[in-house]
Design a protein around this ligand. Sequence first.
Ligand SMILES: Cc1cc2nc3c(=O)[nH]c(=O)nc-3n(C[C@H](O)[C@H](O)[C@H](O)COP(=O)(O)O)c2cc1C
Length: 323
Amino acid sequence: MLKTRFTETFGVTHPIVQGGMQWVGRAELAAAVSDAGALGIITALTQPTPEALAGEIAKARELTDKPFGVNLTILPSINPPPYDEYRHAIAESGVKIVETAGASPEPHMPFFKDHGIKVLHKCTSVRHALRAEKVGVDGVSIDGFECAGHPGEDDIPGLVLIPAAADKLSIPIIASGGIADERGLVAALALGADGVNMGTRFMSTQESWIHQNVKDRIVEATERETSLIFRPLRNTARVARNEISTKVVSMLDEGAQFEDIRELVAGVRGREVYESGDLDAGVWSVGMVQGLIQDVPSARELVERMVSGAEQIINGRLAGFIN
Ligand SMILES: Cc1cc2nc3c(=O)[nH]c(=O)nc-3n(C[C@H](O)[C@H](O)[C@H](O)COP(=O)(O)O)c2cc1C
């Protein structure tokens, strides 16, 4: 057993989190991860309405009696989703852990605190983590440049970002991005983190509903096969390198505006990849860590082997260095 400030504060057995994943983070995956003693997270905006989110939470609750969380990603948008209603659906469903991401959690904190909900805020820089700590979050997940999804614009990998954050913060820190196995878990703890958050690794588990072609592709792909799209728009996202991401990168490099690529990067096209298994149907998030993924285990198998593997590294290889 690995006991950390994260496991203590959030009431989770193992210091491992399955981060929010648009389209991927549904009840079956979150419940399987939580049932294995880690923290599974349902992604709120994958559900089309707050009512559908309440239904998804109820489904997860039928699958496990362990705590799980809900991710609320707050992004600037012309037509913002009804965040207040999603928040209410989370609280009314009795969920006690929320992962916020995308923007400052500040406007949502009074509501979450009033409802006894613990907040784990995901961000990509020390300064954003400090701001989140100041507004009262219970922990921060910090995504290094390696991560799938939005790594921010600073390009600081976890090896520097996590200890830099640990030097400044007092609340529990979860290292995120580039972690897939017990080596990453031990490294994160050594760098000063209290646990790890993983996206790509949990995408390729048995309980993740996505098409087998996508999981097979993650197993086959190397760490070099991701693309950073939206760089010139300062909204960088790391996605699988495919026909569409390559096209989007070159169009933006040649001066295209968001309007010109809007259709290519539409969220529904990404969902289509997961549903149909057509890897070039749209852009889809994946991290560099795909290069370390060689199988598609169950969530339980993954969590158990990471924890026992980490204990072996600490007690064996690392202890063996001490003379
Ligand atoms: C398919 C996919 C979708 C994601 N969608 C979201 C999202 O909607 N909100 C969010 O906060 N993070 C999202 N992420 C980021 C993950 O929660 C996590 O921070 C990231 O995957 C960590 O990097 P890793 O993939 O190297 O483990 C997504 C990641 C993946 C792989």
